[in-house]
Design a protein around this ligand. Structure first.
Ligand code: ADP
Ligand code: MG
Length: 253
């Protein structure tokens, strides 16, 4: 499918097998809208957005500044609520959940990586990685083991006792990726994950995301860099709060 073509409609989504539609890492957005009130004016940040992110797919969301990319990612991450439409994660309607259920869902099912890493400077690498498990109430010994295992997976075992400020940018982002994986999420969301990194370091992070995707996680990242978007199989182009086009490139290895 090429840029500018019509995004898949709800009807097309409905033709997916029910197994694919209810896989834990599948997200269906059905005609969602999001507006913000600014005094008396209404800002329509998202309009009529319908798209299905299938479990195990890898997406890049692109578009000019102000086109709604971050709003979309925040909605996907349940950090913000829809104004209209439906959001299904693994077949369950997220739009109808109360705040407590949403927080739990976020902790259990979703992982986040941010441009500015968002690590806690006072905590060591392994403590940062362990944080979601701490909130989930996982037993201390288990969560510590898991944190060290993840530190090793991102190549930072030796740094596990360091503080974030003693690391390079790329290392900090690897800690953030490890933290995002602590709860073994179904979906990994990343807002400009390479935005603060130089090219080779950014490539390391992208290859990490790719590897996680090849292990079955749905990966959705926002980027404004075409070189970065190249790493995803699917491109979602946003403009003025709408989907302008979707490109599906299949597996690009
Ligand atoms: P992008 O990430 O593509 O730059 P955003 O999703 O941040 O775009 O913003 C989309 C539109 O929604 C913009 O017009 C922005 O000003 C507006 N917007 C985003 N967040 C808020 C908010 N919290 N309050 C009011 N308007 C907002
Ligand atoms: Mg943004």
């Amino acid at each position: 499918m090429m840029r500018g073509s019509v995004p898949p409609s709800w009807k097309e989504t409905a033709t997916m097998t029910s197994e694919a539609r209810t896989a834990p890492g599948t997200i269906v957005l059905d005609n969602i809208g999001k507006h913000y009130k600014m005094g008396k004016t209404l800002v329509n940040a998202l309009k009529e957005v319908s798209v299905t992110f299938e479990q195990g797919s890898y997406w890049a969301i692109m578009g000019p500044s102000g086109s709604g990319k971050s709003t979309l990612l925040n909605i996907l991450g349940c950090l913000d609520r829809l104004s209209s439409g439906r959001y299904l994660l693994g077949g369950s309607d997220v739009s109808e959940m109360d705040d407590d259920r949403l927080s739990l869902l976020r902790l259990k099912r979703l992982g986040f990586v941010f441009q500015s890493f968002n690590l806690i400077p006072q905590l060591s690498v392994w403590k940062n990685i362990e944080l979601p498990l701490y909130y989930l109430g996982v037993e201390e010994k288990k969560s510590r083991e898991r944190a060290f295992e993840l530190a090793g997976m991102v190549g930072l075992e030796e740094r596990a006792h360091h503080r974030p400020l003693e690391l390079s940018g790329g290392q900090m982002q690897r800690v953030a990726v490890a933290r995002a994986l602590a709860n073994d999420p179904d979906v990994l969301l990343a807002d400009e994950p390479t935005g603060n990194l130089d090219t080779p370091t950014g490539l390391e992070i992208l290859s990490l995301l790719k590897e996680l995707n090849s292990r079955g996680k749905t990966v959705i990242m926002v980027t404004h860099e075409p070189d970065v978007a190249e790493h995803a199989q699917n491109l979602l182009h946003m403009r003025d709060g709408r989907i302008e086009g979707i490109e599906q490139r299949g597996d690009n290895g």
